[in-house]
Every structure is written in structure tokens, then in C-alpha cells.
Design a binder for this molecule. Structure first.
Ligand code: ASP
Ligand code: MG
Length: 419
């Protein structure tokens, strides 16, 4: 018997037929004797529709009312799933964030969970009743409904799993796990049996959209094992938790020590949400980089890759760096308005770049991974515009025209192609 949190995303509860299918997955686990808490998203498209209504009613809206409105999608699905479970003979009831309660900060629209009291839930679950919980929502200290930011149901699920000490948190979605790269780009992409939290975090922040980054951070912090799997697999054909066959149905996100078979690189990502900015003829003296990046930080711009040229004359240098494409205009504005203070000659930028990353905890113990990667790219004639590395990641900035070729080349280079 396991204490299980099961989370279903928007596409998994898109209509009543889907919700009945979800009920069949939950029934399988409950019938096997597992105690289940189920976290649901709103039906797909519903949250977007609610957000549109808010904007139509008042573009300059009160954020507390925004949360009242957009949290309602999850309320509907929690009630519907409880009904669908009861209809197939599984005891169940719905829970809204405030009923548990899931306590959050006052930051409406992107609240952080501060505390969850799992006592009520646990006793309901131990009595054999499935708890169906509205994801994405909580309650503030002021007693108002809050939401956790888009995609926040993943975070609800992981936080609940931590709060009730669940054995595992199963994230059901429309893909059957985490792949070595985007299967739409590389046909030979393979599903990973296991991936470490750290790698998953890097993959998520580089654009792999299976899990919300914050939920992975929370899983890592509280040691909650996450199983990413598809709700579209046949509920009856799937093994129930505790049968030891779980790796057949999805990808387990877990601690590095749980992973026996280690590859040097486990994933290749391609992030198109990047922009490049170049400053030429910046004074080559102490304090200048501090000024440039300080002014960007003050404006809330996240800088990622940085390249500074060696100055030939010892007086001037060029600085290039990347920012998220969504922050490009803001960054250019800041730099233009502080031209005098920063004292550069020209400012240029472009959104026509992509960042390709190779990710793997195995890099820690292997030398020469970067060299191998650069050589393979050179052989295909792909020019590298900037580089950054961390202990478990190497990223290069390249021309978007080469992105598919680059991803495929690295996928093959690191032995990730399906046999
Ligand atoms: N329904 C919310 C959203 O679309 C939360 C979630 O699905 O995770 O962002
Ligand atoms: Mg989601």
C-alpha cells in the first residue's frame, strides 16, 4: 500500500470522457489498496478563457478578483472528478485550496505556498476516501483565494505530496515521460527511465515543458519522487503503484543516487526564447561590467551568457550577452537611456539566436565533454557565438537556421539515439 498523489493536467481532463478516463486511473490505484490524493488542473483552454474575461471586464484589474475568477476552472474539475469516481464506486470528495487549507503568500497571481496542514486530508484518505483537490489555488493570510502562477497545479501536487509524506507524486500529462530531446525534432529521441532533479531543473528551465520548474525545485527540496506519465495510456493495462513495474510507464524524477545507469549527457535542449545584445568600445577598467549588469539587474532583466573580448589596446573592450527574448526590449531601453553613464560606442542586438544545451550530471566526472561538443559542431559547419557552462550543463548560442542540425548532431554524439 502506498500513499499516492496523482496529478492530472488540463488535456487529461479536457472533457467528461477524459474525466471518466482519469477516474479509471484513480480507481486502479484505489482498488490496489493505495491511499490517493488527486490534484486536477482546469479543463484545457479554460484558464486562458477566464484570463481573457478578466481582461475584457477590466484591463486594470484587482488581482484578488483575478484569482477568484481564474481559480474557478479547478473547482469545476475537482467536483466533476469526485462525481465520476463516485459513479464507478470509489468513495471521493472534492477539496478547494481554502478547505485544506493550502496557505499562501499575498502575491496574488503568483503566490507561494507557505504552509499546508495535511491533517484533514490524511484522515479523510485513511478512511478510504479519495481526496480530489483543486490545483493551482490556495488561500492568503487575509482569507482571500490566491493562485500560484500559470502551470501551478504541478506545484500544488508536489507541495501536497511533501505535506502528507506521500511515497510518490505521479504527474499525468499528455506525453508518456521525459525524453532525451524534443521527439518532434529528433525521431530517435528516447524516453528516460529516470532523471535526477538537477537535470530535470535544467531541462525545464531550458524549455522542456513537461513540468513547472518550481515543482521540480520543491520535489528536490523535500525529496518527493515524481513519476511523469501519460493519462492516455490504458488505465486497465497499467501496473498499479507498489507493483515494481512503474519504470515501464513513465520517467521517474528522483535523487541522483537512485540512478544506476549513468550517461554523461542525458538531454539536449533547444531554447528559442533568447536574444543577444552587444556593446562595443566599453572602457576596459574595473567597475564597468558592474555598472552594465547592475543597471540591467535593477530593471529585473535576467542575463545569462556573457562574453567579454580581450581588449587589444588595454583601453576598450566589447561585451556581448544574452537575455530572454521577452526581456529584450526592456534591456535595450535600459542600456540606451544609460549610454552616458556606461560610455559605450555602439549598442546592437538581435532575437535571431537559439541556445542549444547538453545536460547531464555525468559531466561532473568526465573531462573533455565541451571539447567533444564543439568539435562535432565545427564539423557540421555550425558557428558558436557564445558559450556558458555549469557543472552539469554546456550551452552554446547559434544561428536558428542550424538548430535542428545541432540538436541531432549532439543527440547522436552523446549516444542518445534510439537503437
Ligand atoms: N490551470 C492553470 C493553468 O492553466 C494551472 C495548471 O494547469 O497547472 O495555468
Ligand atoms: Mg501543466
Amino acid at each position: 500500500m502506498a500513499l499516492l498523489v496523482m496529478k492530472f493536467g488540463g488535456t487529461s481532463v479536457a472533457d467528461i470522457k477524459c474525466i471518466k478516463n482519469v477516474a479509471a486511473h484513480v480507481k486502479r490505484e484505489a482498488d490496489a489498496g493505495n491511499h490517493c490524493a488527486v490534484v486536477v488542473s482546469a479543463m484545457s483552454g479554460q484558464t486562458n478563457r477566464l484570463v481573457e474575461w478578466v481582461n475584457e471586464a477590466s484591463p486594470d484589474y484587482d488581482e484578488r478578483e483575478y484569482d477568484t475568477i481564474v481559480s474557478s476552472g479547478e473547482q469545476v474539475t475537482s467536483g466533476l472528478l469526485a462525481l465520476a469516481l463516485q459513479a464507478v464506486g470509489v468513495k471521493a470528495r472534492s477539496w478547494q485550496g481554502w478547505q485544506i487549507p493550502i496557505q499562501t503568500s499575498e502575491a496574488h497571481g503568483s503566490a507561494r505556498i507557505s504552509n499546508i496542514n495535511g491533517d484533514n486530508l490524511r484522515s479523510a484518505m485513511e478512511s478510504g476516501q479519495v481526496a480530489v483537490i483543486a490545483g493551482f489555488q490556495g488561500v492568503t493570510g487575509q482569507g482571500r483565494i490566491s493562485t500560484l502562477g500559470r502551470g501551478g497545479s504541478d506545484t500544488s501536487a508536489v507541495a501536497l505530496a511533501a505535506a502528507i509524506g506521500a511515497d510518490r507524486c505521479d504527474i499525468y500529462t499528455d506525453v508518456d515521460g521525459v525524453y532525451t530531446t524534443d521527439p518532434r525534432i529528433v525521431k530517435k529521441a528516447t524516453r528516460l527511465d529516470k532523471i535526477s532533479y538537477e537535470e530535470m531543473l535544467e531541462m525545464a528551465s531550458q524549455g522542456a515543458k513537461v513540468l513547472q520548474t518550481r515543482s521540480v525545485e520543491m520535489g528536490m527540496k523535500h525529496n518527493v519522487r515524481l513519476l511523469v506519465r501519460s493519462s492516455f495510456d490504458d488505465p486497465k493495462a497499467s501496473p498499479a503503484a507498489g507493483t515494481g513495474r512503474q519504470s515501464e510507464v513513465g520517467t521517474l524524477v528522483c535523487n541522483e543516487d537512485e540512478i544506476m545507469e549513468k550517461h554523461v549527457v542525458n538531454g539536449i535542449t533547444c531554447n528559442r526564447d533568447e536574444a543577444k545584445i552587444m556593446l562595443t568600445n566599453v572602457a576596459d577598467k574595473p567597475g564597468v561590467a558592474g555598472k552594465v549588469f547592475g543597471s540591467l539587474a535593477d530593471a529585473g532583466v535576467n542575463v545569462d551568457m556573457i562574453v567579454q573580448n580581450l581588449s587589444e589596446d588595454g583601453k576598450y573592450t566589447d561585451i556581448a550577452f544574452t537575455v530572454p527574448a521577452s526581456e529584450y526590449d526592456k534591456a535595450m531601453n535600459v542600456l540606451e537611456t544609460s549610454k552616458e553613464v556606461l560610455g559605450y560606442k555602439s549598442l546592437r542586438g538581435s532575437k535571431d539566436v537559439v541556445k542549444i544545451s547538453a545536460i547531464g550530471v555525468g559531466m561532473r566526472s568526465h573531462a573533455g565533454v565541451a571539447a567533444q561538443m564543439f568539435a562535432a559542431m565545427a564539423q557540421k559547419g555550425i558557428n558558436i557565438q557564445a558559450i556558458t557552462t555549469s557543472e552539469i550543463k554546456i550551452s552554446v548560442l547559434i544561428d536558428p537556421a542550424y538548430s535542428e542540425l545541432a540538436v541531432r548532431t549532439l543527440h547522436t554524439l552523446f549516444g542518445l539515439d534510439e537503437e
